[in-house]
Design a protein around this ligand. Structure first.
Ligand code: ARG
Length: 312
């Protein structure tokens, strides 16, 4: 178990620093009052309960649909392949949305002021399939609209770890079935990159895979950009972004996701105020520690005092 042990003075310092908030989202990220799961267009999933996934965003891009996740009060994380350009016209972002059909009383909608596609996104290999969308105004957090915590650099997601993926994407590779109206959820275990490479030839370190050997559960068309999350103690952490797959939910054919933990530096280079909450995920319960301290903050602690903060 990973624990942060602090001497009393260190505790005081940490509280003082975290209260002044260089990492303002950490107190709220990954909490979902209406989520009763222990610890996701979507195939083989089920309707979610309203508010269970309060970071879920619905991106309407002209006639196209993608998912996304709220990471602080101004930014949504999504997939690069959702955008054919960085033009924000025709893009509407819904937060607090449950159904695509009837009234959503807890919803807010936004336009984008900026779309940032990863400069190294490769549409042939799908490498670096990650994008950031800046909302045109800040979001007020509610029980239905909250940011997700992000997996910090160095996080480890071992094969078999149970994750959830959510979205309004198609519920079958069969295009004849109607899209679901209600946000879908499905649980899928992590598949190792080496195992996943036996199915796909181009799995990079920036990708991760999830699915069942037998198939039957998966994300699918329209879920792209949406989050793959897992629970770390009491909070939810985003491990992946829906990216691609060969069909959906086929046996021995996992879904492929962007490995979010590889992008902490890139995300922070653009999201400079209200830095997202990062969690160094090393296992499902109690073994993760919250990364409270940003680099400037770390450097601001006198070495003598910092030496009292022992990580074990
Ligand atoms: N590329 C798809 C989209 O744009 C997502 C596909 C995910 N496929 C899968 N089998 N998990 O919505």
């Amino acid at each position: 178990m990973m624990m942060v042990k602090l001497f009393p003075f260190g505790v005081l310092l940490l509280l003082t620093f975290s209260a002044t908030g260089s990492d303002a989202q950490i107190d709220v990220c990954g909490t979902a009052p209406f989520n009763t799961k222990s610890g996701t267009r979507i195939v083989g999933g089920q309707d979610s309960t309203e508010g269970a996934w309060p970071w879920q965003a619905s991106l309407h891009i002209g006639p196209g649909r993608c998912g996304g996740s709220l990471i602080n009060n101004l930014w949504v994380l999504s997939a690069a392949h959702c955008f054919s350009s960085t033009s924000t016209s025709g893009l509407t972002i819904y937060l607090g949305r449950h159904t695509q059909q009837s009234v959503n009383s807890h919803e807010s909608s936004f336009r984008a002021s900026q779309i940032i596609i990863h400069p190294d996104y490769n549409s042939n290999t799908n490498d670096n399939d990650i994008a950031l969308v800046q909302l045109d105004s800040t979001v007020e957090f509610t029980n239905y609209i909250r940011p997700i915590c992000l997996a910090a650099a160095g996080s480890v997601f071992t094969a078999g770890l149970d994750c959830w993926v959510t979205g309004w994407g198609t519920i079958s590779s069969d295009a004849n079935l109607p899209d679901p109206q209600t946000l879908q959820e499905v649980d899928v275990p992590i598949v190792s990159n080496s195992q996943c490479s036996s199915t796909y030839s181009s799995i990079t370190d920036n990708m991760m895979c999830a699915g069942l050997t037998a198939g039957g559960k998966d994300s699918c068309q329209g879920d792209s950009g949406g989050p793959l999350v897992t629970k770390s103690g009491a909070v939810w952490v985003q491990a992946g972004i829906v990216s691609f797959g060969d069909g959906c939910a086929k046996p021995n054919t996992p879904g492929v996701y962007v490995r979010v933990s590889n992008y902490q530096t890139w995300i922070n280079s653009h999201v400079t105020s209200d830095v997202p909450g990062y969690i160094n995920f090393l296992g499902p319960t109690g073994s993760a520690h919250v990364v409270y301290l940003s680099l400037p903050l770390l450097l601001s602690i006198p070495p003598t005092i910092f030496s009292l903060v022992i990580l074990s």
